[in-house]
Design a protein around this ligand. Structure first.
Ligand SMILES: *Cc1c(COP(=O)(O)O)cnc(C)c1O
Length: 461
């Protein structure tokens, strides 16, 4: 036997390729300036390796593409809807399905149906679109994640867990009737892709049941969470990801889903639930904002790709490859001494911009600077997850100052090889060596909602 760890490889081979444009630094310096130092405003064709997001950037399989040809493009009752419904029922375990164009469509419907003005909504850290829809529905978001989740250097197997004490204190302080529901995101995107344990989810479910509070799962990346439970939690080593995933869902009353992540497609989402009355309300609402309840803003072919994506996404070898590829990239950076969020999460590697650019104060947007600089030196595109993403306090209008000031390097599913990730890691290391040269940014233009998507900046002198 060779004296090193047995390697693993992707459980697929490449059938179609898309050429990438290679540019030089002078070109990129110009482009990032034009984009107002916001990587969301770059043109994709000017990007070499795109680690902006894993949302809708997945490579579909031949099985999914074949399904696209079987799109039943009927306005009502498409057979692809029924196929998707069957997969959601068998794989997630919820009774009722309402498709939506993507995750925020589902969040919008659910928030409008379940939140009364001035009710509280508990959650394990926030997600940008989730919290915004809760607030637009009149809710007041309360973070009940464990404190350690806000510290990028604490190593815990389940750093996305709900702090049971914080949750119970909230119930005691406000009364259960003032709480619309609790959202459990697993893994927690904004905390660096940190998972939630089955034991924690079970406890949240029990407490919520006792008080009559509904548990809503943000199931967007739940298959990654299930894989991490299989690897880390006692009693799950011999269960399949499919079994763990379904058990996890069973501790919730409803779920919102961005299919653009776990489900290996380019567009789609859904909201699913077990309660008929809620389903009726969601169905009523979806026709206003998305489309009829049997297509929810999607083409029949999109729903078919999603149904087939569910089948592939829950297979142990597929999800293992997904999470281990991210771990490979993260370990490489960590071993090179780059400050990254630990443990490495399921979908992305997060650079700790506070430690990377120690000399840039948070008010000068260090993570925004780092994402822009990385593009400039290498053509690798990442995104800011810090003060810009955190937005402003809805009441006072001041910046929110999050503890985590991060840059997210997100790995799209089945798109890049480890060689691409080696190139990206090299670029980060190169930048780290000349970190002292970096300068902060001034905010030049700021949209009202989700400002990180469209804000523009200029370099400080
Ligand atoms: C992406 C994402 C969403 C929102 O979904 P969209 O499809 O982008 O609208 C919600 N929650 C989590 C955890 C996500 O990662």
């Amino acid at each position: 036997m060779p004296n090193y760890q047995k390697p693993w490889a992707e459980p697929y081979k490449i059938k179609v390729v898309e050429p990438l444009k290679v540019t030089d630094q002078a070109y990129r310096t110009e482009k990032i300036k034009e984009a107002g130092y916001n990587t969301f405003l770059l043109r994709s064709e000017d990007v070499y390796i795109d680690l902006l997001t894993d949302s809708g950037t997945n490579a579909m399989s031949d099985y999914q593409w074949a399904g696209m040809m079987l799109g039943d493009e009927a306005y009502a009752g498409s057979k692809n809807y029924y196929h998707l419904e069957e997969k959601v029922q068998s794989c997630y375990g919820y009774k009722y399905l309402v498709p939506t164009h993507q995750g925020r469509g589902a969040e919008h419907l659910l928030s409008q149906c379940m939140i009364k003005p001035n009710q509280f909504v508990a959650g394990n850290m926030y997600f940008t679109t989730t919290r915004l829809h809760q607030e637009l529905a009149g809710g007041i978001f309360v973070d009940v994640i464990i404190d350690e989740a806000h510290d990028p250097s604490v190593i815990l197997p389940f750093k996305g867990n709900i702090d049971i004490q914080k949750y119970e204190d909230l119930i005691k302080r406000e009364g259960p009737e003032k709480i619309a529901y609790i959202t459990v995101g697993a893994p927690v995107n904004m905390a660096g892709g940190q998972p939630v344990s089955m034991a924690n989810m079970k406890e949240v479910s029990e407490i919520s049941k006792k008080h009559g509070i509904k548990v809503i799962l943000d199931a967007t990346r739940n298959m990654e969470n299930a894989y991490m439970i299989q690897q880390r939690e006692d009693g799950y080593k011999n269960k399949t990801v499919a079994e763990i995933h379904k058990e996890f869902c069973s501790y919730s009353d409803a779920a919102t889903m961005s299919a653009k992540k776990d489900l290996l497609v380019n567009i789609g989402g859904f909201v699913a639930c077990n309660d008929w009355d809620l389903f009726e309300e969601l169905r009523n609402m979806v026709v206003i904002y998305e489309g009829l309840h049997t297509y929810g803003g999607l083409a029949g072919r999109d729903m078919e790709a999603m149904a087939r994506g569910i089948e592939e996404a829950v297979m142990d070898e597929n999800i293992k490859c997904r999470v281990e590829q991210v771990a490979y990239f993260g370990d490489k950076l960590h071993k090179a001494g780059i400050p990254v969020v630990l443990p490495i999460g399921g979908h992305a590697v997060f650079l700790d911009a506070r430690r990377f650019y120690e000399h840039i104060p948070q008010i000068d947007f260090p993570a925004q600077v780092l994402a822009a600089d990385l593009y400039e030196v290498s053509g690798v595109r990442a995104m800011e997850r810090g003060i810009v993403s955190a937005g402003r306090n809805a009441k006072t209008g001041d910046h929110n100052f999050p503890k985590l000031e991060l840059v997210r390097l997100t790995v799209p599913r089945r798109v890049y090889t480890q060689a691409h990730l080696d190139v990206a890691a090299y670029a980060v290391e190169e930048l780290y060596e000349k970190r002292h040269e970096a300068k902060g940014l001034n905010l030049k233009y700021e949209p009202k909602y989700l400002r990180f998507f469209q804000a523009k900046f200029e370099k400080k002198d």
